[in-house]
Write a protein that binds this ligand. Structure first.
Ligand code: 4AD
Ligand code: MG
Length: 433
């Protein structure tokens, strides 16, 4: 394949409608082939869409015609020809081929068909992402992450990066992937929060967008073992200001996302409406009362499960912040409420059916208070020495949150599982390809 045959200056399928009556050269992959007498109809897809190409023996010659007639799906090819209006063709245009060059014929029929079994979808994920559905999901994913990043940059946040290989848990030790690190034990990070907390003492307002790893044995539609985590942290922010930040970011970004991609989003989720401010808020204690009034037996102090989260989202409306959780249900770094130290200044944002899409809160900023909580939670303070240092040298009040990026995207598009919101999912059962 030469650079010339790969071509520079070709048109993209989505732009063909503006070339009616003129010539175009497109590159792409064979999507569907149909032979009707002396005509071969090819549907060719590129990153932007699908176009119908008509190949006539007289126009392309015997040899090419015979090659095209036998071409398998997913073969890569280049076509030059006349662009014609055709109301029956996808996109309203058709290309009358004058020249066809097969760049690389598929060696076998690809294992892609309509209504593939879930097992096949995951096994052939590297090919399945060529589907029109996944093509759109991946474009939307790229756009949504860009809008989130841009919003934070526009609001004075710096993007920082944090290590993926770490030495201690942030969210509970039982759910960590262990890695052998030059003969020492290390882990894949569950969250970059502690590293962001370190960075605010230099940059004040920071975020990162990178994978977090969870070795949870949950085979649900909302769990991945590797997911993309948008985490935000800022100095001088209390719980109330944190919730305002989340609310502003999410309403503005989702609104902008919806405006940009209304047609695609509505194809996936016809009922979707952007989030509206203010988000509902309910304390954990009030939520427990509400659940009990609805006949759910729940002890105060127990974390909310899927069933409880669903009921809250339905009863209170969504999205809804559940705040002031019992201390024992949250990680050690959460600030106890000065007015009622049995609960912490934490909040989860719930939507239905994906449940919690963000989790965050105010951090303990006092050295001794943090040390006590680490010991009380059964951890070794030595493992957290550097994290404790942050309270030793000029501590300030601060808060932050983490957003499960795939959960947000899956919620907006109403995908059947967050596995569809990521090109190559990692779950308890999927680690290939
Ligand atoms: O609630 P989590 O565990 O909170 C933290 O990790 C905090 N350190 C974040 C912070 O304050 N910087 O995770 C945050 C979010 C959840 O609300 C959820 O949306 C998502 O990450 N999440 C997952 N997404 C997909 N698969 C999983 N297994 C997830 N676990 C959490
Ligand atoms: Mg959480």
């Amino acid at each position: 394949m030469t650079a010339e045959s790969c071509g520079i200056g070709e048109q993209r399928v989505a732009g063909l409608a503006s070339l009616i009556g003129g010539k175009a050269r497109i590159r792409g992959w064979l999507y569907v082939r149909n032979t009707v007498g002396k005509l071969v109809f090819l549907r060719i897809r590129d990153s932007t869409g699908v176009v119908q190409v008509v190949v006539k023996r007289d126009m392309v010659g015997e040899e090419v015609f015979n090659q095209v007639k036998r071409l398998r799906r997913e073969s890569s090819l280049m076509v030059e020809g006349l662009v014609r209006k055709d109301a029956r063709a996808p996109g309203g245009v058709e290309v009358q081929a004058e020249k066809v060059r097969v760049l690389s014929p598929s060696l076998e029929d690809p294992p892609l068909r309509k209504n593939m079994s879930p097992e096949a979808v995951w096994k052939y994920r590297h090919l399945f992402i060529r589907s029109r559905t996944m093509n759109t999901v991946l474009k939307l994913r790229s756009s949504l992450s860009t809008l989130l990043r841009q919003w934070l940059l526009d609001h004075g946040y710096y993007e920082v990066s944090a290590p993926s290989i770490v030495t201690a848990a942030t969210e509970g030790g039982a759910r960590m992937f262990e890695v052998s690190y030059f003969g020492k034990k290390a882990f894949l990070t569950q969250s970059s929060q502690f590293y962001l907390e370190g960075a605010i003492f230099s940059l004040e307002k920071v975020f990162c967008f990178q994978p977090s790893f969870r070795a949870e044995e949950s085979k649900t539609r909302r769990h991945l073992s590797e997911y993309w985590h948008l985490e935000v942290e800022a100095c001088y922010m209390d719980l109330n200001q944190l919730l305002q930040l989340e609310e502003n970011m999410l309403t503005e970004v989702v609104e902008r996302f919806y405006e940009k991609h209304k047609e695609d989003i509505e194809r996936f989720n016809p009922g979707f409406r952007p989030f509206e401010k203010p988000f509902k808020r309910i304390t954990y204690t009030r939520a427990v009362e509400l659940l009990r009034n609805s006949g759910v037996e729940i002890e105060w102090g127990r974390d909310l499960g899927v069933k409880e989260e669903r009921l809250i989202a339905v009863k209170v409306g969504q999205p809804v912040f559940v705040t002031h959780y019992p201390k024992e249900t949250r990680a050690f770094y959460h600030m106890p409420d000065p007015e009622n130290p049995s609960v912490v200044l934490a909040a989860d944002l719930l939507v239905w059916p994906y449940g919690e899409i963000t989790g965050g809160g105010q951090r303990i900023d006092d050295y001794n208070a943090l040390l006590n909580r680490i010991v009380e939670s059964g951890y070794n303070p030595e493992d957290y020495a550097w994290y404790l240092d942050l309270r030793k040298y000029g501590s300030v009040p601060h808060s932050g949150f983490g957003l499960g990026f795939e959960r947000l995207l899956a919620h907006i598009l109403r995908l059947p599982s967050i596995r569809y919101a990521v090109p190559y999912p990692r779950t308890q059962t999927i680690v290939y390809p």
